[in-house]
Design a binder for this molecule. Sequence first.
Ligand SMILES: C[S@@+](CC[C@H](N)C(=O)[O-])C[C@H]1O[C@@H](n2cnc3c(N)ncnc32)[C@H](O)[C@@H]1O
Length: 282
Amino acid sequence: MAFISHDEFEFLAGFIYRKTGIRYEFKKLYFLSKRVQKRMEELGLQTTDDYIRKLRFADPEQREFQLLLNLLTINETYFFRDFPQLQAFAENCLPEVAEKKEAAGKRNLRIWSAGCASGEEPYTIAIILLEMLENPEQWKIDIVASDIDLNMLEKAKKAVYDERSIRDVPEEYLEHYFTVSGNQYRLNSNIRRMVRMEHLNLGERESVRQKSAFDIIFCRNVLIYFDDISRKQLVDQFYVTLNPGGYIFLGSSESVGRISSAFKLKRTGNYLVYYKEEEAEL
Ligand SMILES: C[S@@+](CC[C@H](N)C(=O)[O-])C[C@H]1O[C@@H](n2cnc3c(N)ncnc32)[C@H](O)[C@@H]1O
């Protein structure tokens, strides 16, 4: 395979970074080359320069860019990933938010799973809501699940999973919320209906800015692919989209505190969670 040159790598990495916030270091040369090569083969292009030209000048609706992105994203995920964090959410943050909302006469909950991949995360959240809320049917629940990768969103909509995805689902939830067929597990429609899939690029400030009034945001294992600048930009935007008193959950290796001082930190059980103060100024 012909590797892309240093200059071509720099161009492509910069192009992807400006549009998505995802930062590729030079050590990712092979990773990027392989995927660009695959796209070139599909298009019948001979040189990387031709491909770059296509991206720059002959891709007005960014269809080619989207196809490249679908190959580039890392989509590892599974149900009930990071159990201790979900426990903090389920046993402390959710009841607190729900209680405050109820006291304010607002029986609605808005939750965003940003970077949802094939849907295991937002569906896990939906299961937790049904399990934890006292009368879930009396709540207006809106779970928005977004990703940049169209293939993943298709998979999420189908909601059919294999053994790997469901490996951490408690047995009684498996029986209650899934229909098993061979080695495939299909989520039941009551859970599927609770989640709304959206194609959204977290690197596009305008798209994120249009979001608002979330009680809880999950953006786990997404920011690891961003650099410090795009990470901070996004977390600052999340802060604006979150209701006062709302919580944000990132991946275990991604500390909000390192990125933004706007959020406050508190201990719930054995877990540290980040939230937006009730009296927060925008
Ligand atoms: C490793 S998965 C994490 C999935 C899930 N949040 C979890 O923790 O299990 C990362 C997801 O982030 C998505 N992603 C990466 N950059 C993105 C961007 N700029 N906008 C939206 N989604 C992005 C990828 O497509 C991928 O599906």
